[in-house]
Ligand binder design. Structure first.
Ligand code: C2E
Ligand code: MG
Ligand code: MG
Ligand code: MG
Length: 277
């Protein structure tokens, strides 16, 4: 009996493992196809406001994939798949080209704001990153477009010395740099001072219970003080209620982003977005 159930468990396990492998290989070739046509992929933009004034100051570009069979696939999932193959290079080129095109549309509509673009860990460790990005900045984007690159802790702490020198080169090429999802990794608050950053983004895990949980409130205050002490600005992501906006504002956090203000929007909708309706 025990054996039987074990066997059953094993079958189920190996079946699900197999399913996972199939799913992975399918998604990889499906993504390759999506990239060659460009039709299933799109970019959306989430507004970022000045916490005190509510003015629109920036937006974050987020990639979307509408799979013909599976429907919506999370970028967390397909970026990981792209990173395991060479597809990440094609994908990041596609993203930059699309974002650049949309920056021109914003300028045409008199919307001049900073554009924040995510770099995955693999993208960040690409030896040609600086050369490619500075070329793309000069040839594809509107002149004077402010571009912020969001990098996660795991990318920075992979190889600290390499990361620091790469970041200096990106700064020289005219990019601003944000540390994304701060607080979720292993780095201590103080260890971020060695990197040439402009901004830190506090992960939404610290925002979602910050009104109820005094420890999260204290963390936000500490982070905010530290960021300002290091001459960095600080952004709260995942702000979903006006109480959270108020608290984050009380802590002196400079910028906010979250569903309370807006979901990430396709460019047409973003152009119509009014921060103070
Ligand atoms: P991220 O860079 O931390 O992006 C913020 C994520 O939080 C986005 O999820 C956004 O839709 C979501 N979000 C924003 N406001 C709220 C809120 O109020 N509540 C909640 N619950 N969520 C909120 P998304 O678009 O699913 O992206 C997930 C992650 O995938 C991103 O995390 C980023 O690491 C990665 N990603 C997305 N687009 C790109 C891209 O173009 N390139 C790269 N390299 N990575 C990307
Ligand atoms: Mg981000
Ligand atoms: Mg983030
Ligand atoms: Mg996050």
């Amino acid at each position: 009996n025990e054996c039987h159930s074990l066997e059953k468990t094993f079958t189920i396990y190996s079946q699900s493992l197999k399913d996972k492998l199939i799913a992975k290989s399918d998604l990889e070739s499906d993504l390759r196809h999506a990239l060659s046509t460009g039709k299933q992929l799109s970019m959306v933009y989430q507004p970022i406001l000045n916490t005190k004034t509510g003015a629109l100051v920036a937006c974050e570009a987020l990639v979307r994939w509408q799979h013909p069979v599976r429907g919506y696939v999370s970028p967390n999932e397909f970026i990981a798949i792209a990173e395991q193959s060479a597809l990440i290079n094609l994908l990041s080129r596609w993203i930059i080209a699309k974002v650049a095109e949309d920056c021109h549309r914003l300028v045409e509509n008199n919307i001049r704001i900073r554009m924040s673009i995510n770099l995955s860990r693999k993208q960040f460790s690409d030896a040609h990153l600086v050369k490619r990005l500075s070329q793309e900045k000069m040839t594809l984007f509107p002149a004077d477009q402010e571009i912020n690159l969001e990098i996660t802790e795991s990318a920075l702490f992979q190889n600290t010395q390499y990361a620091i020198s790469l970041m200096h080169k990106l700064k020289t090429a005219g990019f601003d740099l944000s540390l994304d999802d701060f607080g979720t990794g292993y780095s201590s608050l103080a260890s971020i001072q060695q990197f040439p950053l402009d901004n830190v983004k506090i992960d939404r895990a610290f925002i979602c219970n910050c009104v109820e949980n005094p420890r999260d409130g204290l963390f936000l205050q500490t982070m905010s003080d530290l960021a300002h002490h290091l001459n960095l600005t600080i952004t709260a992501e995942g702000v979903e209620s006006s109480e959270q906006w108020q608290l984050v504002s009380d802590k002196g956090i400079d910028y906010i982003q979250g569903y309370l203000i807006s979901m990430p929007l396709p460019i047409e909708k973003f152009i119509e977005f009014d921060p103070a309706p």
